[in-house]
Design a protein around this ligand. Structure first.
Ligand SMILES: *Cc1c(COP(=O)(O)O)cnc(C)c1O
Length: 461
């Protein structure tokens, strides 16, 4: 089959996630046929540097035979059995043990799911159940943040703060409230970053007081917002948030689906920011995306209550702890440990990317270049004003398309360009990423100049 055949069948029969079906049908999709290391290849023979590690997940890169072998061996031995009704299997047990060893000390239990969304559904069930067992059934409200991403199931998107998703999916799960995000470039530039960070934490306290402390179960947040635009909070933010939650005895849920497994240069974002979460939803990098698996790591306080006082917890999925997925995840974690992947991000690749990425700040279109570990963002602005371009110009999408054309996957969130490359990327490949990003920025600038030229030439009608 040729590219055009795939595109026709795709248009006729395949509804893609997060896609304008009609627009894609007209344009035709790009067909990714294979991949190796940090590169993906399309059906036209283009070799493209995957600056997003798939969707923030292919942390060990493509083509890892060890992960393929882990999957095939397990599929032969025991392709499926469940963990319901007093049964288990070796891969699920081994993975739970390994995760608890890698996680901060007070997290000693794992509940498995098939995805990050299911992990956050599990979180909602667990925190409400926990407080009911504590004799505080009124503690039902969960505070989350605007522009947060916690998945696309009904509970996941209700916890998330993505306005376009809320507009399509309602009615949402009740008793979820949202507070402002610590997005300094987007919302706080009239203040010092640290003052802005404290103000965002104070918004959580105000929300707790407005809802009533006795009604608030938990606060959920990502250490660094990923899908929202690689938003790195000011240094003042997390310490102030921790203090507020402790003051009112509110559980802290840290969504580690992106930040977990080395992305920020520690095993978990919670370690980087010293967060001591009660619950940690995980997915994505857990298996480097080779097979789907997620879960929730549960802190002692919640786990002991659920175990000692809970009786049966009426919750779980057919594929909770699926043997092949668990075997791949375990092998992924073993490889990461053996190869010192997390330490290399912390000590070498993260600082190197930070230095190279910061150089892009001298480009006229770039208002801010920020990074932490191996996640980075560029804020695109109009060089004339230093402010955002008009939305209709869709500058971020233009830049993203021009990145593809220059052989790089970089994602756009509005006019924020983001990267999250595989954690095994080499320094030379980081150099290539920077060169291609700069080429795409130049091409975007040239395209915009062309647009303004045509607009000015056209007579007003
Ligand atoms: C991707 C993501 C999810 C949802 O995970 P899925 O596996 O797509 O369901 C949840 N939280 C965060 C922070 C994510 O980035």
């Amino acid at each position: 089959m040729q590219t055009r055949d795939y595109q026709r069948l795709d248009r006729d029969h395949h509804l893609h996630p997060f896609t304008d079906f009609k627009a894609l049908g007209e344009e035709g999709s790009r067909i990714i046929t294979h991949a190796e290391g940090v590169y993906i290849f399309d059906s036209e023979g283009n070799r493209i540097l995957d600056g997003m590690a798939g969707l923030w997940c292919v942390n060990l890169g493509y083509g890892r035979e060890e992960l393929v072998a882990a999957a095939t061996q397990q599929l032969r031995r025991l392709p499926y059995y469940n963990n319901f009704f007093k049964t288990t299997h070796p891969p699920a047990v081994a993975l739970a043990e390994r995760l608890c060893r890698l996680a901060p000390d007070h997290l000693n239990h794992a509940f498995f799911t098939g995805s990050g969304s299911e992990a956050n559904d599990t979180v909602l069930r667990m925190v409400r159940r926990f407080w009911a067992l504590q004799g505080k059934p009124g503690k039902q409200w969960v505070i989350a943040r605007e522009n947060a991403y916690h998945g696309s199931t009904v509970a996941g998107m209700s916890l998330g703060g993505m306005a376009p998703m809320h507009a399509q999916g309602g009615p949402l799960v009740p008793h979820i409230a949202h507070v402002r995000q610590p997005y300094w470039f987007g919302e706080g530039r009239d203040q010092e970053p640290e003052a802005f960070g404290r103000e965002c934490a104070a918004a959580i306290e105000a929300k707790i007081l407005a809802l009533g402390e006795e009604n608030v179960a938990a606060f959920i947040a990502e250490p660094v917002q990923g899908a929202g635009g690689a938003i790195i909070p000011p240094a003042s933010y997390w310490p102030a948030v921790k203090a507020v939650l402790a003051k009112y005895d509110i559980l802290l849920v840290v969504d580690e689906v992106i930040c977990g497994f080395g992305r920020l240069g520690e095993w978990f974002g919670s370690v980087h920011y010293d967060l001591q979460p009660d619950l940690m939803p995980i997915a994505k990098g857990l298996s480097s995306g080779y097979l789907p698996i997620g879960g929730v790591l549960v802190g002692d306080r919640v786990a002991e209550t659920l175990i000692e006082e809970g009786g049966e917890f009426f919750h779980g999925f057919t594929y909770s702890g699926h043997p092949a997925c668990a075997a791949v995840a375990l092998s992924n974690l073993e490889l990461m440990e053996a190869e010192g992947v997390v330490e290399r991000v912390r000590d070498d690749l993260g600082p190197y990317l930070a230095r190279r990425w910061a150089e892009l700040a001298d480009h006229p279109l770039v208002g801010e270049a920020r990074s932490l570990g191996l996640v980075g963002a560029l804020e695109l602005v109009d060089p004339a004003s230093g402010e955002r371009f008009p939305k209709e110009l869709a500058v971020g999408n233009r830049c993203r398309d021009l990145c593809f054309a220059s052989g790089l996957v970089m994602r756009s969130v509005g006019d924020t360009m983001i990267i999250s490359p595989p954690l095994v990327i080499a320094r030379a490949e980081i150099d290539e990423l920077i060169d291609k990003a700069r080429a795409a920025l130049d091409a975007t600038q040239a395209q915009l100049a062309g647009l303004t030229a045509t607009v000015q030439e056209e007579p007003l009608s």
